[in-house]
Design a protein around this ligand. Structure first.
Ligand code: IMP
Length: 487
């Protein structure tokens, strides 16, 4: 890893661009390194989620899937907590459980084993896609091994909030109880819902959750739970709960499948593009994120190995791309980031970049770019490439402030550690880098059209994180994107 002050000197004093000013000599997606499968790419959130992965996957699918009319888009983690926003014909489409690849005909989108599925919300989302697109363009497969995250889980999470401190920032979509069910060894999986005796299995599940809630002094039947695109409702009696699930089950059944054999066959044929779409970001990982305000799935590339039951290891994927916002970081939840930005700049960015949660509508916290933290995330997740979104969020009158290291109270340099209390004790040290006019960058589609300061910045951040730039976005429209891939 490069020393940050030497790096700044070599770029800003000596004009070194490290190739950020020109396309790559070869396409890393197709010319995979030894041992990796060509025609494969994985996209993860390199910070705290909401980096614009949906947009990027949309672009990658346009490149890999559209022309060939075939391809697998595989989502490996998370559930209804995620919010990918994609612009289609000037309409904002918020996807939550469906991968962004769902917008491409010829694609098969797989909701993998590592996900947690809320049947009612998936159906509401399918309705939304139908409303915007007129049809669901892709084939949809839901792995029968995926775990269900039901209204019961949402109710339990609500009850825990009265007792525990850890999950205060959660989206309330029942994510942690659903994943915890796996560790407790009593998950309800999609295959339980698909089974002939589904009512017996789900009935036992309801009874257990009723008992758990009652132990916490709450009531399952009257507990209010969120629903996508509708007002919250009470979970209801067991009869009502099963009745609602039964109606959803009959619509979802055609999409449910065992996906292992399918994946094995398609993965063996490198003519078929594979796009892996992660949800959330490394900063929300329970092992590497700002604990305790973390999610419960594995948002890093390593989650792919578990979700595919050992079939696909991350280092067999040709390109593993971490996505970050270029000039700032956003975070929604209760975590405290060391580089949190003060108003009014935070406000300006929040309004210009529409920084409100796609799932919960909460205003996002805005922070300065934090190299110790982002470097840690790139390293622990094994990222090889970088996507810089929001290159248009830059102001000519405001330098880009970057945290280059943390120091302790005694002035000693210290590292990022995945723990809120440790992070509360560090003091970030900053440098200011030259900015550019975001308005000039809006809609830019070539590297050469980027202002010199933006090119320098791309050289800086990619070298600082030890990854190669592959895409940058320059506005919310679908085609406002720069690619470092060769023509
Ligand atoms: P949970 O995933 O609902 O358990 O929430 C845990 C933490 O992750 C909370 O701080 C959420 O706000 C955050 N979170 C979960 N999903 C996303 C996402 O897609 N984008 C940003 N933050 C998220």
């Amino acid at each position: 890893m490069k020393d940050i002050s030497e790096l700044i000197d070599s770029i800003y004093t000596h004009g070194q661009r490290y190739g950020a000013d020109r396309p790559l000599p070869a396409n890393p997606i197709m010319t995979a390194p030894a041992g990796a499968r060509p025609n494969s790419i994985a996209v993860e959130g390199g910070a705290f989620g909401d980096e614009g992965k949906g947009r990027v996957v949309d672009e990658v699918c346009a490149l890999l899937v559209k022309g060939r009319g075939q391809g697998v888009v595989y989502r490996w983690n998370g559930g209804a907590n995620a919010g990918h926003t994609v612009m289609v014909n000037d309409r904002r489409l918020a996807l939550h459980q469906l991968p962004s690849g769902v917008l491409f005909s010829g694609a098969t989108v797989v909701l993998g084993k590592g996900m947690v599925i809320h049947p009612g919300d998936v159906l509401a989302e399918i309705q939304e896609v139908l409303g915007v697109m007129g049809a669901v363009p892709a084939e949809l497969m839901i792995d029968e091994m995926a775990v269900l995250a039901l209204d019961t889980h949402r109710a339990l999470e609500g009850a825990y909030r009265q007792w525990a401190t850890g999950g205060r920032g959660s989206t309330g979509r029942g994510i942690s109880p659903a994943y915890a069910d796996v560790l407790y060894r009593h998950p309800v999986r999609v295959r339980d819902l698909a089974a002939r005796n589904w009512k017996d299995r789900l009935s036992k599940h309801y009874d257990m959750y009723a008992a758990l809630l009652s132990g916490l002094g709450a009531d399952l039947e009257s507990a209010q739970v969120a629903r996508l695109n509708h007002e919250p409702i009470p979970v209801g009696s067991k009869f009502v709960f099963l009745d609602r699930l039964g109606a959803q089950r009959s619509v979802l059944l055609p999409y449910v499948a065992g996906v292992y054999d399918y994946l094995q066959e398609k993965w063996a044929d490198p003519a078929i593009p594979f796009v892996f779409e992660g949800a959330q970001g490394v900063g929300l990982d329970p092992r590497f994120g700002v604990y305790p305000d973390v999610t419960s799935s594995d948002p890093t590339f390593s989650g792919i190995l578990a979700s595919t039951e050992g079939l696909i290891a991350p280092d067999e994927i040709a390109v593993r791309m971490a996505t970050i916002k270029a000039t700032y970081t956003s975070s929604v939840g209760s975590r405290r980031l060391p580089t949190a930005m003060d108003e009014p700049l935070a406000h300006r960015i929040r309004e210009d970049a529409h920084e409100y949660g796609a799932t919960t509508r909460r205003p996002r916290d805005i922070a300065y770019i934090d190299i110790p933290c982002l470097r840690f995330f790139a390293r622990v997740s094994g990222a090889t490439h970088l996507v810089l979104t929001h290159l248009d969020i830059a102001y000519p009158d405001t330098p880009i402030q970057i945290c280059t290291q943390y120091v302790t109270g005694e002035g000693k340099a210290t590292a990022y550690r995945p723990d809120q209390l440790a992070l509360d004790r560090v003091t970030p040290q900053y440098v200011e880098l030259p900015s550019w006019d975001g308005k000039v960058v809006e809609g830019v589609t070539t590297i050469e059209a980027l202002p010199a300061e933006a090119q320098q910045y791309v050289a800086f951040i990619s070298q600082a994180l030890g990854v190669t730039p592959l895409f940058g976005t320059t506005g919310p429209q679908r085609d406002a994107i720069i690619s470092w891939l060769p023509a």
